[in-house]
Write a protein that binds this ligand. Sequence first.
Ligand code: KIV
Length: 293
Amino acid sequence: MTGSRPTSAPDVVARKGSGTPLVMVTAYDAPSARVVDDAGADIILVGDTLAMVVLGYDDTLHVSIEDMAHHVGAVARAKPQALVVGDLPWMSYHVSREETVRNAATLVRAGASAVKLEGGRKRLDAVHAILDAEIPVMGHVGLTPQSIHAFGGWKVQGKTLDAARQIVDDAVALADAGCFAVVLECVPDAVARLVTDSIPVPTIGIGAGRHCDGQVLVYHDLLGLQDWLRPKFVRRYANLHADAVAAVERFAADVRDGSFPSSDETYHAADQVAETLELADSAAATARENASA
Ligand code: KIV
């Protein structure tokens, strides 16, 4: 987004109203960070979806701050131009101010330039504490996956007038507190539009329609790396799971019919060395045959 220096949180704020939507994509390791960065995304979110799309859990509640730091580090070592945002996992900002700040700092020391946390007015203490430590904070309201047990499942939020007002008030409170952007997940588009028009910082939608200042998708969803799961809001731009299965099937077939490895894919010894080794090999084979006769 900025050319020679990595994108910063203030760069993201400056994009509000620019007319060019922000692009955020998740990544969890160096190769996925390079793909997302080479594609020109503005923000890489090392999301706690790590739990589901990389580690195989059924929800996001199973990752720790250590897990998140491990993967933030891998993303940061790709040295992306995009802003790297580290997701604070469940229970890393719910216990005390001190623990909250220490956990946010762990992600910054691992390589994040900002952190994200879920929840609205309930989480203002945590937001203030992290901002006091000079760490930019991205908010996240609507369907916050760390609340699925409280919500009773993965349900679109903000469908009633009262619920919609709560989401708008939460987003306004986060922006007033100093969050540099707010993720809106799985809310009706009218709610997303009202939030977008009500706050001075960018909204980034996922399942929130087009009236947001930016959009985010999970890397594995947009690339078709998990074809068993396809929420309504996902647009798939590749079928990498199917492509990878087909590639490994071809490798297996080549191994089984002896066509892999070819001579070109093999290291060869110099002629004289090879001849001596061949002689030794045939002597060893003869000795084996004699021993088993
Ligand atoms: O963890 C994550 O990947 C997220 C996005 C879905 C916004 O929070």
